[in-house]
Write a protein that binds this ligand. Structure first.
Ligand SMILES: Cc1ncc(COP(=O)(O)O)c(C=O)c1O
Length: 373
């Protein structure tokens, strides 16, 4: 065994760590510890990079989604959510007073398709949450948006995985009413903890700023006009997020280079089949999901890669569909065959923002060795 490869690696260069230390020192010296100059700078640069008028920094991806849903008004209403998303997508719907309805997904993208969205819509559906699983924006995003427009319902993007992803040169997070990003440590870029809402609508941006700060009409006081919460981003987190946002294109380039290497080696191998992005998709490669041939048992495959080759596979997206999670047991149990199949059968290859070609080749060699024996 030569190279040990962890499932994820958080990348901060020496220069980036010193820059962050400088910002943190400044915040401590000035006492500007929350919603201050670094947050404003992060919001400006994030908005600019994603081609959108407004970005509002918040405490997490989860609070970003809940704030967006509160602005859209989902209390007592049914909201479509893919079955294979993170718990927080559906939980945020419930925290905002709505009821998730789980929908099936496409095996090509692991995301909602126009067909699975159409099939799951009911007369009570008030909106659709499209999750760009793994950092891939579905090539059907415009069709899904048109479907929502026809019905007069909203499209919200959970872009927690999709910083810098795009479809036909349009950034993830800008196709629907709002886009919600996460800066959790494993994400393509992180602030430690944090999230971001993007929108072109100034009044929506104003609402998001009110919600994130206890529903107050203004930062320096005023009446509590919304049922907000402590959903602010601290300056210390903003400093980390700002420096990482400036690294986004560099990290994406590395991730795309490694993904292309995986694609070339594994496509058609008959063992681990990558999901190749359609024309026009600029993948963020937060994750690199690939489907295992039905004869391969996922648990033993991953165990052998770890024990015999030192390769830690990354977490799935997701191993168990939400309609099988005990906490959602009281939500109508539905059969969602594609989501169930892809959840059971895929693995996510290690993919880091500083991964070398040698590391990628070690992963490929290990997969081939395990698949052969
Ligand atoms: C798809 C998805 N939605 C929402 C979230 C919630 O983000 P956070 O952990 O920043 O609250 C995450 C991730 O962690 C996620 O993967």
């Amino acid at each position: 065994m030569s190279l040990r490869i962890p499932p994820a690696r958080v990348v901060f260069s020496d220069a980036d760590r010193s820059e962050i230390a400088g910002y943190v020192d400044e915040a401590l010296r000035t006492g500007s510890l929350t919603l201050g100059p670094r947050t404003i700078e992060l919001e400006r640069e994030f908005a600019e990079r994603h081609g959108v008028a407004h970005a509002i920094a918040v405490s997490s991806g989860t609070s970003a989604i809940e704030i967006a849903l509160r602005i859209l008004g989902v209390a007592g209403r049914e909201i479509l959510v893919p079955a294979n998303t993170f718990f927080a997508t559906a939980a945020a719907v419930m925290h905002a007073g709505g009821q998730p309805r789980f929908a099936d997904v496409s095996a090509d993208t692991l995301s909602l398709s126009a067909e699975t969205t159409r099939a799951a819509l009911t007369d009570d559906t008030a909106g659709v949450v499209l999750v760009h699983i793994g950092g891939l924006v579905s090539p059907e995003v415009e069709e899904i948006r048109a479907l929502c427009d026809e019905r007069g319902i909203f499209l919200l993007e959970d872009a927690a995985h999709a910083h810098g992803a795009a479809y036909r040169n349009r950034s993830a997070g800008t196709f629907g009413a709002m886009g919600c990003f996460s800066f959790y440590p494993t994400k393509v870029i992180t602030s430690g903890e944090g999230g971001m809402i993007v929108t072109d609508d100034e009044s929506v941006a104003d609402e998001a700023r009110i919600y994130r700060d206890q529903g107050k009409a203004g930062f320096f006081g005023g009446a509590h006009v919304r049922l907000g919460a402590a959903w602010r981003m601290s300056e210390l987190h903003a400093a980390v997020g700002l420096v990482h946002t400036r690294r986004l294109d560099q990290f994406l380039a590395v991730r795309r280079r490694v993904a292309a290497r995986y694609d070339a080696a594994l496509h058609g191998s008959g063992t681990v089949e990558p999901l190749l992005p359609a024309e026009g998709c600029e993948h963020a490669y937060y994750k690199y999901p690939a489907m295992l041939a039905p004869v391969i048992d996922r648990d033993s495959f991953k165990k052998r890669l770890a024990e015999e080759h030192g390769i830690g596979m990354s977490g799935e997206v997701y191993a168990r569909p939400l309609h099988h999670e005990p906490v959602f047991a009281n939500i109508a149990q539905v059969l969602l065959p594609v989501a169930e199949d892809v959840c059971a059968r895929h693995v996510c290859l290690p993919l880091h923002s500083d991964m070398t070609d040698d590391e990628a080749d070690a992963v490929i060699d290990a997969i081939n060795a395990v698949a052969r024996s």
